[in-house]
Write a protein that binds this ligand. Structure first.
Ligand code: IFM
Length: 445
């Protein structure tokens, strides 16, 4: 039995583009994900978030389902183009009204809202003016943060500026697998910097508008493990750690960009202006960790490793994303965030697994692998708390099966199964199991 401290927060998470649908309703502007999905060849099966889980219309039912699971908190994101269709300037009141109603319903149901301001759906107009590689996008974000926190700040007391800036910058501007689909190293570096700058500028604005609010940022982190003990593989793993983890952790923790990775990229970094690094290092109330798996890293040049084993790891289970199930990585990262980076509080803002769930002949969806995944990770979370990590809560990814970005609807992460042709929702066995965990504030072996 792994018992959690009193007051530990149990929740589930979603994001606007992945569940809302209503992509052009009630005055909403186009986002980069609308544009990306409407461009052929970008997303598997040509899926789009046009309808997604139709949460924009079905939110009362979804809040009722959250209540049925016993969720104490709900992490969701706000769609920037629903609020400011052109990115800045004219406000779409209907968009604000939507979140306003949702907040009231959550609070009425006894569920604490955790609002994320940016989970990748940038207004297309801002992309047309340069997107995240352009500094004015960071200024526009502050305007947006101001508008939203002024309207919701009396009820939302937990704010997250950005979700996974690594993914926005790296997949969106270097790898090209996410919107806006660019492949340019300089754009990626400038985008990453302006995302962090936008975060740093927005934090005091949110605090001003939302007294007693706790403000943080969410990072996707992963342990980067060398595939062999060779010097080359170890160096490659440390470099990967710099690209994925330290590039974001270090500036947020007032350590600036990691020098080894600045050298590795070998680019001018002339977008960094005076005081930017101080802005980015604004003290946070918490950091959110999104954890799924680790990375095993091999160097391309390993002559000295000829006689060393090339893989030191046994075969392990993988999820439908092809991601290795490695619960110990959660313990390692939680320890690192606390003992190495000294963040004052930590939430696990996402953790979960995709599996090929199916509705059985009895109408039930049985997902024992997901239960095992959650269980193993929660045990590591409890272990980290025992070791002294100030872990305050856990959000399962995801509340609902939803639009999994470039994979479309082919990957199911939900506690709740969604039939995308009828929009019928079915609580999976993992949701029933999670309800028992929440009620007991403990995971039973
Ligand atoms: O679905 C995503 C989410 O939007 C961000 N974190 C990872 C999840 C699974 O890929």
């Amino acid at each position: 039995m792994h018992t959690f401290p009193e007051g530990f927060v149990w929740g589930a998470a979603t994001s606007s583009y992945q569940i809302e649908g209503a992509w052009d309703e009630d005055g909403k502007g186009e986002s980069i994900w609308d544009r990306f999905c409407h461009t052929s060849g970008k997303v598997d099966n040509s899926d789009t978030g046009d309808v997604a889980c139709d949460h924009y219309h079905r939110w009362p039912e979804d809040v009722a389902l959250m209540k049925e699971i016993g969720l104490q908190a709900y992490r969701f994101s706000i769609s920037w183009p629903r609020i400011l269709p052109q990115g800045r300037g004219a406000i779409n009141l209907a968009g604000l009204d939507f979140y306003d109603r949702l907040m009231d319903a959550l609070l009425e149901a006894g569920i604490t809202p955790f609002a994320t301001l940016y989970h990748w759906d940038l207004p297309q107009t801002l992309q047309d003016h340069g997107g995240w590689p352009a500094r004015p996008t960071a200024e526009a974000f502050v305007e947006y943060a101001d508008v939203v926190s002024r309207r919701l700040g009396d009820r939302v007391k937990h704010w997250i500026t950005l979700n996974e800036p690594f993914v926005s910058a790296f997949l969106g501007y270097l790898e090209g697998s996410h919107a806006p689909g660019h492949t340019d190293l300089d754009e990626m570096l400038a985008a990453a910097h302006h995302l962090l700058l936008a975060h740093g500028w927005a934090v005091p604005v949110i605090r001003r508008n939302s007294p007693q609010a706790r403000v943080g940022i969410v990072l996707n982190l992963g342990p980067c493990i060398p595939a062999s003990p060779s010097v080359a593989d170890r160096a490659a793993a440390w470099r990967e750690d710099g690209i994925l983890n330290r590039w974001y952790l270090n500036p947020l923790a007032a350590r600036g960009y990691p020098a080894d990775i600045v050298q590795h990229y070998g680019r001018p970094m002339d977008f960094v202006q005076a005081n930017d690094l101080e802005t980015i290092a604004v003290p946070l109330d918490f950091v959110g960790l999104n954890y799924y798996t680790r990375r095993i890293v091999r160097s391309n040049e390993v002559p000295e490793a000829k006689n060393l084993p090339r893989t030191v790891f046994p075969n392990r289970e993988h999820t439908a994303m092809g991601w290795e199930v490695y619960p110990e990585g959660l313990y390692e990262l939680l320890g690192r965030l606390h003992f190495e980076y000294r963040f004052p509080a930590i939430y696990i803002t996402e953790n979960g697994a995709a599996y090929a769930d199916q509705v059985g002949s009895d109408g039930r969806v049985d997902d024992p692998q997901r239960v095992a995944y959650f269980k193993a990770h929660l045990k590591q979370a409890a272990r980290a708390i025992r070791a002294g990590v100030p872990l305050r809560g856990y959000f399962a990814w995801s509340l609902l099966d939803n639009f999994e970005w470039a994979y479309g609807y082919s990957k199911r992460f939900g506690l709740i199964y969604v039939d995308f042709s009828t929009q019928q929702r079915i609580l999976k066995s993992s949701a029933h199991w999670y309800r028992r965990v929440i009620a007991a504030n403990a995971v039973v072996d």
